[in-house]
Structure formats: C-alpha cells, structure tokens
Design a protein around this ligand. Structure first.
Ligand SMILES: Cc1cc2nc3c(=O)[nH]c(=O)nc-3n(C[C@H](O)[C@H](O)[C@H](O)COP(=O)(O)OP(=O)(O)OC[C@H]3O[C@@H](n4cnc5c(N)ncnc54)[C@H](O)[C@@H]3O)c2cc1C
Length: 316
C-alpha cells in the first residue's frame, strides 16, 4: 500500500475531507481519504441549516459522502493518521495501526476538538441539552429557557445572539461578572445575570436541567448554551512543521486564500483552519481547496512533461 504514490492523501473524512475527496476523485486523481470516524457534530441528531439536506443525520450525510467518493474511484480508509514525515515525492503518512501511505500532496481536514469547561454533567449532554451555536441549534431550542454559561469574553455576545431565538434566558456568570456596559446590554434585552460558580449539571425537575451553584442554589433551565474552546487537530503533522496559530476562540492552522499552509505541499480545509465553518462552509472549503490542489498538480505534471521532452530532445 505504501509504495503506490497517491496524488493526494486527505486526512479527515468529515464534510471538508469528503468534499475534497469527491472533487479530486472526479478530477481523476488518485486520492485516499483517511478518517478516524469522529466528526465534530457526532452527538447531534441532525445537521441543520444545510440547504437541500436540512436535518439529515451526521452519520447518514457522511455515509452518502463516502459512497460518492468511492463511486468515482476515490479510496476511503477507516483509521487514524499518527504521523507524517517528508518523503522524496511528497509525504509519508503513518497510520496508528502501523500501515503507511505515500502522497504527493497532503490535505489536512481533521476538524477541531471542542474543549469544554470541566463541569460534571456537561460533556455527556453536549450536542443535546448543552449546545453552542444558535445557527445549528437555535431553531430547535426556540422559546425555551436557556442558561448561557459564561466561559470567556464572547459569552455576553453569545447570550445576545440566543436572545434572537428566545425571550427566556439566564446569564450564568460562573465567576465572570459582566462589565457595567455588558450588564446594561443584557438588562436592556431582559437577560438576568445569575452570579456564582457552576459546580455541576444535573437532571432538573420542572425544566430539563438543574444548574448547581457553589452557594447551594440550583437554577433550572431547559438548555445550557456554552462556548467551547475550539482547538484544531494538528498533532499528527508536527513532524512536517505544521503549527497552530492562536485565535480568541481557540487555535487553528493558518492558510492562504487557496488553502495552502506554510509547509509546501500541505493544504488545509474545514474547521481545522476556519473555526466557525458550519457543515456547508466546511464542505465548500474542501471542494475549493481540492480544486486548488488539482491545479497545483497540473502545473507540476506539465512542468515535468516539458522537462521530459527537453531531455529527450537533448539526447537526440
Ligand atoms: C454538537 C454540534 C452540532 C453541530 N450541528 C451543526 C449543524 O446542525 N449544522 C451545521 O452546519 N454544523 C453543525 N456543527 C458544526 C459541524 O460539526 C462542523 O461544521 C463540521 O463538522 C466541520 O467539518 P470538518 O470536516 O471540518 O470536521 P469534522 O466533521 O470534525 O471531520 C473531521 C474528521 O477528521 C477525522 N480525523 C481527525 N484527526 C484525524 C487523524 N489524525 N487521522 C484520521 N482522521 C482524523 C475525525 O475523526 C473526523 O471524522 C455542529 C457542531 C457541533 C459540535
């Protein structure tokens, strides 16, 4: 498997990686998508705000994507890439199960990890009663009683956004008291601030959730909204010099407008580079970057053909 040189290995088979795989397979490229099978939205029931497929389950969307890629001759492998190193014609990709691949170009589409506050009861409700994005979940939680759990400077903004979907909100300061200016904004749109540190989340009585505070109070809400720290999955690429850049909401792999990273031959698409991309944007990004990679390979192939002809001419 290792000796055959692929045109492109795509690491990550979520919306971005499969969309890139589809474009490259349709461009008649030898493309392999390697996927560890843990897309970011796995806990969610449905993918929302996806035109034409609104509400499709995350698993079904990706199953359709894999079938489309393989339908055009692309390869999709289940597995995790553990390490990438430079190779004469591009990159050597080592899987954690010991298998290896070889590719001329590498596309990172590994997505990100949502780091959540260490509050017992929070992580296990993530994607259902604990949500982050009003555009993904806002409609589903409209008119419900939402507690916005403060985690950082963007939390007041998050509360003001969710106000578009419900008039019944609580701002749970969790030790981060809003400034006077922020308090004025929250008060103006009818969002009370509840001070105190959150110690755990439990099942509620009248409402779905009980938010337990350090002074013994339990604030009942239907849903908790919380901003995660979004950290691009980049660890497997440290051997080829891929680094993450800091962002106010986490970290990401920087790229130019075409999706090229600072490392020649390595490209990035989806949440790994754009922390705010929803499924439609991640998918579009994968397609756009795949076209750029194909163009890059066309240039290289053409240059090789010219050099070959010149060499043949010189030999005559
Ligand atoms: C709870 C929740 C609900 C959401 N709901 C919506 C919604 O309703 N609508 C919407 O548009 N967006 C939604 N999103 C956002 C959506 O999840 C992202 O936009 C989308 O997943 C980004 O796609 P991606 O391909 O960049 O990354 P991902 O979908 O995360 O895919 C990355 C893939 O790469 C794989 N991978 C990572 N590292 C490796 C490795 N080393 N080797 C091999 N494979 C690897 C992972 O296992 C994963 O399968 C939601 C997010 C969350 C957290």
């Amino acid at each position: 498997m290792e000796d055959e040189v692929r045109d492109v290995v795509v690491v990550g088979g979520g919306a971005a990686g499969l969309s890139a795989g589809l474009m490259l397979a349709r461009a008649r490229r030898r493309v392999t998508v390697v996927d560890a099978g843990a897309p970011r939205n796995a806990p969610a029931d449905g993918v929302h705000a996806l035109l034409g497929l609104d509400g499709v389950s995350p698993a079904e969307l990706l199953a359709r994507g894999r079938a489309e890629v393989t339908g055009y001759g692309g390869e999709v492998i289940a597995g995790e890439v553990g390490d990438v190193s430079p190779a004469p014609e591009g990159f050597k990709i080592k899987m954690t199960n010991g298998d290896g691949l070889h590719a001329r170009r590498l596309l990172i589409a590994t997505g990100l990890v949502d780091e959540l506050p260490e509050i017992p009861g929070l992580r296990e409700r993530w994607g259902r009663e604990v949500v982050h994005c009003p555009y993904c979940h806002g409609w589903e939680v409209r008119d419900k009683l939402i507690g916005v759990l403060a985690t950082g400077p963007m939390s007041v903004h998050q509360a003001l956004l969710f106000r578009q979907w419900t008039g019944d909100l609580r701002y749970l300061s969790n030790g981060r008291e809003p400034s006077a200016d922020e308090q004025a904004k929250l008060a103006a749109v009818g969002i009370p601030v509840i001070s105190g540190r959150v110690t755990r989340l439990e099942a509620g009585g009248e409402h779905a959730l009980g938010v337990c505070l350090d002074d013994g109070r339990v604030v009942e809400v239907d849903v908790v909204a919380v901003a995660s720290r979004m950290v691009a999955r980049a660890g497997a690429f440290s051997g080829i010099g891929i680094e993450t850049a800091e962002h106010p909401m986490g970290s990401y792999i920087a790229a130019d407008q075409a999706g090229r990273t600072a490392v020649p031959g390595v490209w990035v698409a989806g949440n790994a580079t754009d922390l705010s991309a929803q499924v439609s944007a991640a998918s579009a990004d994968g397609a756009r970057v795949a076209a750029q990679i194909n163009a890059d390979l066309v240039v290289e192939d053409t240059d090789r053909a010219v050099a070959c002809l010149a060499q043949a001419g010189a030999a005559q």
